[in-house]
Design a protein around this ligand. Structure first.
Ligand SMILES: [Mg+2]
Length: 106
């Protein structure tokens, strides 16, 4: 992974990366293929949410996280790094909820 861009990985991210590396998944895939896989998993997540299926929703969120972990690794960063970067961007953002969606102040 790229120096300085790896924040602390949690234990599950570590396990997922070991699992993916043992299968040659990070080495053998492309960012584009992982984005397509992510869309497939997001589709499953959408179906689970729309069907009000809690167990399938939890499973689909996890599957999305696994694919995002692999995509981040392919790009040389950790998912934790991406997550922290996003948090640092949003942490001071202000706005309000309109029809169930957070609309940020400009
Ligand atoms: Mg799935």
């Amino acid at each position: 992974m790229k120096g300085g861009k790896v924040t602390v990985l949690n234990e599950t991210e570590r396990k997922v990366l070991n699992w993916a590396n043992r299968r040659g998944l990070i080495e053998g895939t492309t960012a584009e293929k992982q984005v397509i896989k992510l869309m497939e998993e997001v589709g499953e997540l959408s179906e689970a949410v729309l069907c009000n299926n809690f167990a399938e929703t939890v499973d689909a969120i996890g599957d999305c996280a696994v694919v995002l972990t692999n995509l981040a690794a392919k790009l040389g960063v950790s998912l934790a790094y991406c997550y922290e970067t996003a948090y640092n961007t949003i942490k001071n953002r202000t706005g309000k909820i309109i029809n169930g969606t957070f609309v940020k102040n400009r």
